[in-house]
Design a protein around this ligand. Structure first.
Ligand SMILES: [Zn+2]
Length: 168
C-alpha cells in the first residue's frame, strides 16, 4: 500500500492517507506537495502529476489525537466509509447498536453507519434481537479519520471517478 504522509500547515506530521486521497487534497487546493515520488505518476483525463509522497495542508487543523474525537453522526459515516454495517451497501444513516430506546448512547462504540432500509428494519432492537449480524465491530476513529473530518473530507464517494478506479 502506497500511502502519503500528511503534514499540518505547521509541518507537524499528522497522519497518512491513501495516494488517491492525497491527490484529491492537492487538486482541491487543501494541500501542497512537499515531496513527490520520483517515478510514479497519477494520470487522469485532466491530470498528470507525480504521485505525492508528502503533502502539507494549506490550513492548520486541530486534530484530536490523544483525547477522544468528539462523536458525531457525520463522523460515524466517515469512519465507516459510508458502508452499511449490516449489508455493506451505501449508508446514509447512523444506527445505534444498542438502541436508544434501550439506553444506548451516542458513542463511537455504540453506533455504526447503516443503510436506511436496514436501519428501519432493525428499529428498536439489538442486532441479536433483529437477527442482523454486524459485518464489523464499531471502533474509535483513527487519526486519519479525525483529520479528514477536520478537513471536511467526508465522503469517499466524492472522489473523481478516475481516482476511484485507480485505487492503490
Ligand atoms: Zn444495509
Amino acid at each position: 500500500m502506497r500511502d502519503t504522509l500528511v503534514l499540518n500547515a505547521s509541518f507537524e506530521p499528522l497522519s497518512t492517507v491513501t495516494l488517491n486521497r492525497a491527490v484529491v487534497l492537492v487538486l482541491q487546493d487543501k494541500a501542497v506537495v512537499e515531496q513527490s515520488h520520483p517515478v510514479l505518476r497519477m494520470r487522469g483525463a485532466a491530470v498528470d502529476i507525480p504521485a505525492p509522497r508528502v503533502i502539507r495542508l494549506c490550513r492548520y487543523v486541530r486534530v484530536p489525537f490523544r483525547r477522544q474525537a468528539p462523536w458525531s453522526r457525520r463522523g460515524v459515516l466517515v469512519r465507516d466509509r459510508h458502508r452499511c454495517a449490516y449489508c455493506g451497501r451505501r449508508a446514509t444513516t447512523v444506527d445505534h447498536v444498542l438502541p436508544r430506546a434501550q439506553g444506548g448512547q451516542d458513542t463511537w462504540l455504540n453506533t455504526v453507519a447503516a443503510c436506511a432500509e436496514d436501519n428501519h428494519r432493525k428499529a428498536n432492537r439489538t442486532p441479536e434481537e433483529a437477527g442482523m449480524a454486524l459485518l464489523r465491530e464499531p471502533f474509535e476513529p483513527t487519526p486519519a479519520d479525525a483529520m479528514l473530518l477536520a478537513l471536511g473530507q467526508e465522503d469517499m464517494a466524492a472522489l473523481p471517478e478516475w481516482l476511484a478506479r485507480d485505487a492503490a
